[in-house]
Unconditional design. Structure first.
Length: 142
């Protein structure tokens, strides 16, 4: 028996409504709040702390870290994100930072794609410049 395309589409939509989407979205793997446990990169020489949150296609990241010379710097970024396979694209809509004794605020979209690693409640972001941010999940989005 042959079914028309509209009927097949309607049946597929009904099944998705009843049973949900069986394939997990890549976004779901990162949704929630993550505590920064380590920052490895040329700008950091000591402790780092912060919070990264992903929800509904948006992200925010606020963190501080020790710089060379004993100074503490801080940064905050927010915008949209898309997780796909082993990458995370951050569309940074704004950022504020206090680095090397200088404050700066920027508004305007800038895209950045990073490699992402996820194992249990651990999340690792690896940037093109070699910097690595490590996180531990504190709360999942429900």
């Amino acid at each position: 028996m042959k079914y028309s395309l509209p009927l097949r589409v309607a049946c597929a939509l009904m099944l998705m409504l009843v049973f949900g989407d069986a394939a997990p979205r890549a976004q779901d793997a990162v949704d929630g709040s993550w505590e920064l446990t380590a920052y490895e990169g040329s700008a950091s020489v000591g402790n780092a702390s912060g919070l990264l949150t992903f929800a509904a296609g948006r992200f925010s990241l606020v963190y501080t870290m020790e710089e060379p010379g004993g100074r503490t710097s801080g940064r905050a970024h927010a915008g949209r994100f898309e997780a796909r396979g082993g990458t995370l694209t951050l569309q940074v809509d704004w950022n504020v930072q206090y680095v090397s004794g200088k404050g700066q605020a920027n508004r305007g979209a800038a895209a950045r794609t990073v490699r992402i690693g996820r194992e249990g409640d651990s999340l690792t972001l690896t940037f093109d410049n070699g910097s690595i941010q490590r996180f531990r999940r504190v709360r999942a989005v429900k």
